[in-house]
Write a protein that binds this ligand. Structure first.
Ligand code: ZN
Length: 67
């Protein structure tokens, strides 16, 4: 009877460990996805087109207007 209880305890501990590992893996995967979704948008100062802030030059113009 004592052995059965020990086995049950080990099984429960293994189950908790597995769940904790999965939760930790999901949490570590989530931050990059969120960063991808939140790309800052900016408006071209000349034509008013909304573009990712990265594609505007230092004067706030899009590639087409800065040429
Ligand atoms: Zn423009």
């Amino acid at each position: 009877m004592n052995l059965l209880r020990l086995l049950l305890l080990v099984a429960a501990a293994w189950l908790i460990w597995q769940v904790a590992r999965q939760v930790r893996r999901q949490l570590s995967q989530r931050p990059p996805e969120i960063e991808d979704d939140f790309e800052p948008m900016a408006r071209c100062a000349r034509c008013g087109t909304h573009l990712p802030a990265k594609s505007l030059n230092s004067n706030g113009l899009c590639g087409r207007c800065s040429e």
